[in-house]
Design a protein around this ligand. Structure first.
Ligand SMILES: Cc1cc2nc3c(=O)[nH]c(=O)nc-3n(C[C@H](O)[C@H](O)[C@H](O)COP(=O)(O)OP(=O)(O)OC[C@H]3O[C@@H](n4cnc5c(N)ncnc54)[C@H](O)[C@@H]3O)c2cc1C
Length: 458
């Protein structure tokens, strides 16, 4: 029998960051990672300034990661293949860091896990899958299969950093209803002609999301949204949203190289903790990758969990563990909600063809062009630096009012005014309703943490 204070299932971005954050509080941590992804996995590569700052604080930005990753400075949005672009730059957010980073996903996860493993109090078992957890009043027993051999580990805190398909989350009785709305298909393009190297590019004008950013000095990642099922083909209209030179480069690579594909999943579980148990990173919520906020959310979860455990002095007063976990859950709730709402609202505003979204889109770009404060707030929300749902709803309502001006200026000529007005009213009401906690969710906040009876195998 092995003994640790905390066991973390999953050594991806959330698992590595959480290991470093918990170890700093004095806890002895074991990370079990069943097998890190290789270069074929399409997942997070670009991360915003808050994630850079937090990874730095956790001591995970290795010299190799710093020297290999590309600096990134914000987003550049293009309303068609010849549009000069609208820039939302990180440096516009007061008190924020001015740059993010971008690098290939498997390199990033490997670097973070190695850096976490090098820290005092962190032990990493690779080739180790957490199979089941058995919660008892005095702690949890975790069954692990490590290089084919069964192992049993006793701990006080079990953390699921297993990603969006977390099995331990389900075992702990946390309800999550993932919805797989689309897929993203991507390629690595050598010497790509990106109009704004160092920015996350979002190409509009087609029916679905098209994204591109540099992951190396001579290489870019280009990704396209396609339907959740059906052939792995990028619609011609989506490709046509790219500038000519980039489109030609992408078409050449598409013709000869295999694509990488990932599901786009939206998920906001009702809870993030049970007695002696917490979820972090994608296991605790994820959204459309358009906002590139997943990595920032993983690292923020890790920091918050570490801080609440330290505040409650869990190392010297283990009985305060559950109180710390409740504080962790409360502390992250608003940020998760804001992130999920923002990604979905932005995806609709940028790509949906309905009359209300056409005018909202026009109003949104007008807002960004005219208002430095508007750009500041938008980039703050996109980078997760602002995580206040009220700010998001206020901005959405304000841009909807601007959309009315757009309609008035056009004199209703080429816009179906009534459907546009009805659509804007419906969407504002819908996001407002999504932002308000359901009665059942409110009730859970006043109940003691559920005890887990986790005898089932994962
Ligand atoms: C196409 C795409 C593009 C994206 N682009 C961006 C982007 O540009 N920027 C951004 O910030 N975010 C982006 N994201 C989101 C980002 O990839 C995720 O938020 C992030 O990878 C989540 O990390 P995680 O550690 O929570 O989970 P994962 O990355 O899923 O890692 C989970 C780890 O746990 C291991 N594991 C699972 N179960 C067990 C178990 N029982 N025992 C042991 N090990 C286990 C797995 O092997 C895996 O290594 C993107 C996502 C997608 C799909």
């Amino acid at each position: 029998m092995h003994e640790f204070d905390a066991v973390i299932a999953g050594g991806g971005i959330a698992g590595s960051s959480t290991a470093a954050a918990l170890a700093r509080t004095g806890l002895r941590v074991l990370v079990c990672e069943s097998g890190l992804p290789d270069e074929r996995r399409l997942a997070g590569e670009l991360f915003h300034p808050p994630a850079v700052a937090n990874l730095d604080r956790l001591g995970l930005l290795t010299p190799e990661l710093r020297s290999t990753a590309m600096l990134s400075y914000g987003f550049a949005l293009f309303r068609g293949p010849t549009d000069p672009g609208t820039v939302l730059a990180y440096h516009e957010v007061p008190h924020g860091h001015a740059y993010g980073l971008a690098t290939e996903h498997s390199f990033l996860t490997r670097q973070l896990l190695s850096a976490a493993a090098a820290q005092p109090n962190v032990h990493v078992w690779e080739g180790a899958r957490v199979l089941a957890a058995d919660a008892r009043p005095h702690g949890t027993y975790v069954n692990v299969i490590r290089n084919g051999q069964p192992e049993r580990v006793a701990c006080r805190l079990l953390v699921s950093a297993e990603g969006r398909a977390s099995k331990l989350r389900k075992q702990a009785g946390i309800i999550a209803e993932p919805s797989a709305t689309h897929r993203l298909i991507g390629w690595r393009i050598r010497h790509a002609s990106l109009p704004f190297p160092g920015f996350g590019h979002i190409f509009l004008g087609g029916p679905a999301t098209a994204l591109a950013y540099q992951i190396a000095p001579d290489e870019a990642r280009v990704m396209f949204e396609i339907p959740a099922s059906g052939p792995l083909e990028v619609p011609t209209a989506t490709l046509a949203s790219l500038p000519d030179s980039l489109r030609t480069e992408v078409e050449q690579v598409m013709g000869r190289e295999r694509s990488a594909v990932a599901k786009v999943v939206t998920l906001a579980p009702t809870r993030a903790v049970a007695s002696g148990f917490a979820v972090v990173g994608d296991a605790g919520g994820c959204s459309h990758p358009l906002t590139a906020s997943g990595i920032s959310a993983c690292v923020r979860d890790a920091m918050l969990l570490g801080e609440t455990l330290a505040d409650e002095q869990v190392t010297v007063a283990p009985s305060r563990l559950d109180r710390a976990l409740v504080r962790y859950e409360t502390g992250r709730r608003r940020a998760v909600r804001t992130r999920v709402l923002l990604a979905s609202a932005l995806r609709d505003a940028l790509y949906r063809p309905e009359p209300d979204m056409q005018v909202l889109r026009e109003a949104l770009f007008d807002y960004w062009h005219r208002s430095p404060r508007g750009r500041q707030t938008s980039i703050g929300l996109l980078t997760t630096q602002h995580d206040d749902t009220t700010t998001l709803l206020r901005e959405y309502a304000g841009i909807s009012l601007r959309a009315l001006n757009v309609m008035r200026a056009r004199g209703g000529d080429d816009i179906a005014v009534v459907p546009a007005l009805a659509g804007l009213a419906r969407r504002n009401a819908g996001y407002l309703a999504d932002a308000v906690p359901r009665p059942a969710e409110l009730l859970t906040r006043f109940r003691p943490l559920p005890r887990r009876h986790d005898h089932a195998a994962v």
